[in-house]
Design a binder for this molecule. Structure first.
Ligand code: NDP
Length: 326
């Protein structure tokens, strides 16, 4: 696209000289033309604009190096299989190494390529070593699916200050930031890459029981939008993913058995993990700002901004009365 614009502009300059719109010796006019050309097509914002136009074109995934955190189950595991089916080289990261190895074996048996790297995203040294192992083997990271996370859903006064509050912020927000921080310099060096951050619908709207989880996922959304605006001119895509409740092992980690039962009831309509993973792979193929699943949750977020009192009333009644967890 930029090539077309550049050559189209050069062609127009030749046309202008040929038709005596400007004279060949008219260095002042040619200087003005050159200046317009440079500011239109050669500055970083202009390249970003051109880059945005390219957003709607497809990226071929074959041979791309994809690093996935939280690859041992749920969205991460399903996305790994789908990326591998597209011919990507996978780096699978999480704490449960046995699960990662089983996944890597099944990818390899299907003719794919996968490296297993143990990582706890609360440990900066492990994050750095995960990124270094990937670069040592493949020399680059094309796509980062920064997906590891969990939610402890209970009345705020029941949340344990360390296990439920600090650790949740540490994994969902700080861990995600540190992984991106470790990968970004290499993408900047290559002026290419796609960073996909896993937020949640809880990052668009905050409900009772989701206090800390929602705070981390709102944080992920702010970080994602801010970073995208920072690195877009350097050829790097940053996308946020905002799924509603989905069928994964997420529910096993939400809290007490009674909290899990109630959470299941609140979220009786669920997306399948395979569907979310498929949409994430589509997002990698055709990078966009955000992916909200299902799409109409976008409207819920907008409704909250326009009519907060109504949303307060609806969520307070919906969650507090009908689903009191004790
Ligand atoms: P799962 O529980 O199936 O997967 C969570 C993944 O995160 C696991 O692979 C787990 O691996 C990994 N993980 C958790 N803690 C750490 C840690 N400290 N270090 C490294 N990896 C870690 O749930 P989902 O697939 O649903 O969750 C994936 C993401 O999607 C999360 O960020 C979640 O918040 C988000 N999400 C989930 C929704 C849902 O309803 N399911 C809806 C919206 C968003 P291991 O334990 O082996 O380390």
């Amino acid at each position: 696209m930029l090539w077309l614009l550049e050559n189209g502009f050069k062609g127009f300059t030749v046309f202008a000289i040929h038709n005596k719109i400007i004279s060949e010796n008219d260095t002042a006019s040619k200087g003005v033309f050159a200046m317009i050309f440079k500011t239109t097509f050669c500055t970083e914002p202009a390249k970003a604009f051109g880059y945005n136009i390219l957003h709607n074109t497809m990226t071929h995934l074959k041979d791309k190096v994809v690093l996935i955190t939280g690859a041992s189950s749920g969205f991460g595991e399903d996305a790994a299989r789908l990326f591998a089916a597209q011919g990507c080289k996978l780096v699978l990261a999480a704490r449960r190494i046995d699960r990662l190895q089983a996944l890597a074996e099944s990818i390899q048996q299907a003719g794919g390529e996968a490296l297993v790297v143990p990582v706890d995203v609360t440990d900066r040294a492990e994050i750095d070593s995960m990124v270094q192992s990937t670069l040592d083997l493949y020399g680059q990271i094309d796509i980062l699916f920064n997906n590891a996370g969990f939610g402890r859903l209970d009345w705020f006064e029941n949340l344990d200050p360390v296990r439920d509050i600090e650790t949740q912020v540490q994994v969902n927000l700080i861990g995600l930031m540190l992984v991106t921080r470790a990968v970004l310099p290499h993408m900047l060096e290559r002026r290419a890459g796609h960073i996909i951050h896993m937020s949640s619908v809880a990052g668009l709207i905050a409900a009772p029981l989701y206090t800390v989880y929602s705070a981390t996922k709102h944080g992920v959304r702010a970080f994602t939008d801010s970073l995208r605006r920072e690195v877009m001119p350097f050829g790097i895509h940053v996308s946020g993913v905002y799924p509603g409740p989905a069928d994964t092992e997420f529910n096993l980690h939400t809290g007490s058995a009674s909290a899990q039962r109630k959470f299941k009831r609140i979220t009786s309509t669920r997306l399948s993990s395979a569907y979310v993973a498929r949409r994430v792979v589509d997002l990698a193929r055709r990078p966009r700002r955000s992916l909200v699943l299902p799409w109409w949750f976008r409207l819920v977020g907008g409704f909250d901004a326009l009519f907060p009192a109504l949303v307060d009333a609806y969520l307070t009644l919906g969650f507090t009365r009908r689903h009191h967890i004790k």
